[in-house]
Design a protein around this ligand. Structure first.
Ligand code: A3P
Length: 353
C-alpha cells in the first residue's frame, strides 16, 4: 500500500485515551495568576495529566504517528535539562557536527513535538492575535505559526534521522515508541524543576504567570501546571529504564559528572567518541558557554518579545538551587510530598551545592 495512504490511515485511528474538561472553578484557581491569555484546560488519560485544551487537536496525531527505528527522542518533564541533553544527543548522533550545530537553531534541528498545543488553544490564539495589533514585532511569529500550523505534521514527514523533543509522558506518546526508536529520558529533582518552571512561566509571554513561587509550587503539587502530575510522568519512564532502547538520565548526574553522561549517551547511540572529543563536547556544553550559545539559548525569541528580554532560558544551571526558594515549612512539606509521591521508587543522585 502507498506510504501516504498508510500514514493517513494511522492518523485517522480513534484516540483511545480519555479527555476531560477541567471544571471552571479549578481553572479559575490557575487563571487568577495569569496576566496574559487564560486558556481552557483539559485532563488527559487515566492519570489526568493537566494540559491547555490545544492538545486535543494534536494528541491523536501524535499518539498514532509513525515512529521510525532511527528516530531519537528526548523526553522529559519540563525544565529538567531538556535543551542541554538535546544538544548533547544531537551532537553525538550527528558525528560532532559543530558547524551545523552553530548555524542551525536547536529547535529546528531537534523540534518540539507538541509545541503547537499552546497556540492551538483558542483563547491563547485569540489573545496573541489581538496582541499582534499593538505589538507588530510579534506578527511574523504569529503569521508563521498560522501558515505552519501543521509544524507537527512537518515533524511527521521530516527525513530520517529525526531528533524529536517531547515533554509528553509515555502514555500519551505512540505506544510503539520504545520498541521502535531510541529514547533518552531526563529526570530532575522536582523542587529544582518547579523553580525553573516558575521562572519559565514568568518569562514566557504565552504563559504570563504573575504569582509568586509559593503559589506556583501549590499549583505544581496539586497538578494544575502543564504536564503534571510530575510523579506519574517520571514513574512511567522509571518503569521502562531497563528497556534496551531507553537511556534514563538525571539532570543531577550531568551536573556532577558531565563526561560520564557524554560517554553513556555515546554508548547508547552506538557512536564511539575519543576522550579528546568527550572533553571538547563537555566544554561546548558547559553552562557558561551554553548560555552564550545563540543556537541553543533561545535569545532569538527575545527580539520578538516572546521571552522577557532581561530573563534567560539558560538561567542558573544548578542542582539544589531550590533551597533559595523554599522556607523551612515549604522544605518540610516538599520532603513529605516527595516521600509520599515517589517513595523509594526513583532515587535521585545526592547533590551538594
Ligand atoms: P534553571 O532554570 O534551574 O537554571 P529545559 O531545557 O528542560 O527547559 O531545562 C532548563 C533548565 O536546564 C534550566 O534550569 C537551565 O539553566 C538548565 N540548563 C540548561 N543548560 C544547562 C547547562 N549547560 N548546564 C547546566 N544547566 C543547564
Amino acid at each position: 500500500m502507498n506510504k501516504d495512504v498508510l500514514i493517513k490511515m494511522e492518523a485517522e485511528k480513534k484516540y483511545p485515551l480519555e479527555i476531560k474538561d477541567v471544571p471552571p472553578e479549578e481553572q479559575a484557581e490557575v487563571h487568577k495568576y495569569l496576566t496574559n491569555a487564560k486558556p481552557d484546560y483539559i485532563r488527559m488519560g487515566s492519570t489526568g495529566y493537566f494540559f491547555p485544551d490545544g492538545l486535543k487537536e494534536i494528541c491523536n496525531k501524535i499518539y498514532n504517528m509513525e515512529v521510525r527505528p532511527n528516530d531519537v527522542f528526548v523526553v522529559t518533564f519540563p525544565k529538567s535539562g531538556t535543551t542541554w541533553v538535546q544538544e548533547l544527543v544531537w551532537l553525538i548522533g550527528n558525528d560532532l557536527d559543530y558547524k551545523t550545530a552553530s548555524n542551525v537553531q536547536l529547535f529546528q534541528r531537534f523540534p518540539f513535538l507538541e509545541f503547537t498545543m499552546v497556540l492551538r488553544s483558542p483563547k491563547i490564539n485569540k489573545w496573541l492575535g489581538e496582541r499582534v495589533e499593538t505589538d507588530p514585532k510579534l506578527r511574523p511569529f504569529y503569521e508563521s505559526f498560522t501558515r505552519n500550523s501543521r509544524s507537527d505534521a512537518t515533524i511527521f514527514k521530516a527525513p530520517s534521522p529525526r531528533f524529536i523533543k517531547s515533554h509528553l509522558p509515555f502514555s500519551l506518546l505512540p505506544p510503539t515508541l520504545l520498541d521502535t526508536a531510541k529514547v533518552v529520558y531526563v529526570a530532575r529533582d522536582p523542587r529544582d524543576a518547579a523553580v525553573s518552571y516558575y521562572h519559565h512561566c514568568r518569562m514566557m509571554l504565552l504563559h504570563g504567570f504573575g504569582g509568586d513561587f509559593r503559589a506556583f509550587w501549590n499549583l505544581f503539587i496539586n497538578n494544575k501546571v502543564d504536564y503534571t502530575p510530575y510523579e506519574a510522568h517520571i514513574k512511567e519512564a522509571w518503569e521502562k529504564r531497563h528497556h534496551p532502547n531507553m537511556l534514563f538520565l538525571f539532570y543531577e548526574e550531568l551536573s556532577k559528572d558531565l563526561p560520564a553522561a557524554v560517554r553513556r549517551v555515546s554508548q547508547f547511540l552506538n557512536k564511539p567518541v575519543t576522550e579528546e572529543q568527550v572533553m571538547r563536547l563537555c566544554d561546548h556544553l558547559h553552562f557558561d558557554n551554553f548560555r552564550k550559545n545563540m543556537s541553543v539559548n533561545m535569545d532569538i525569541f527575545k527580539h520578538i518579545g516572546l521571552i522577557n528580554k532581561d530573563d534567560h532560558f539558560i538561567r542558573k544551571g544548578k542542582a539544589g538551587g531550590w533551597r533559595d526558594y523554599f522556607d523551612e515549612e515549604m522544605t518540610q512539606q516538599a520532603e513529605r510530598w516527595m516521600k509520599e509521591k515517589l517513595g523509594d521508587t526513583v532515587q535521585f543522585p545526592i547533590c551538594k551545592i
